[in-house]
Design a binder for this molecule. Structure first.
Ligand code: SF4
Length: 103
């Protein structure tokens, strides 16, 4: 292999590795949609204040995903996975009917 061909080959290897690294950095769970069957069945809302009070009369406004036992992020994270939605992100201020107060 000529020197210039080797340089081109090495550049292509590095460039394709960088592309893979960038692609994996952006991969991950998507934000959940309230309309998804799982979210809808749990009465999930991105905003706890929007929870259907008739359907969930025991819900209180202070109950939010970021103070739920299932929340897997830090309290200040805007979105996070939770134990119930390992393949989706739920909102910091969201709520669903599986809410259990943390700690
Ligand atoms: S289980 Fe908890 S953290 Fe997960 S969506 Fe329901 S209220 Fe939010």
């Amino acid at each position: 292999m000529k020197s210039s061909n080797r340089r081109i080959f090495m550049f292509q290897v590095v460039a394709s590795g960088a592309t893979l690294a960038c692609g994996s950095a952006h991969a991950g769970p998507k934000k959940i949609e309230e309309s998804e069957p799982k979210a809808a069945s749990l009465g999930y809302k991105h905003d706890s204040a929007q929870v259907d009070a008739k359907r969930f009369p025991k819900h209180t406004a202070s109950e939010k995903c970021n103070n739920c036992m299932a929340w897997l992020g830090k309290a200040a994270d805007p979105w996070s996975e939770c134990d119930l939605t390992p393949d989706r992100l739920v909102s910091n201020g969201g709520w669903c009917s599986s809410y259990v107060k943390a700690g």
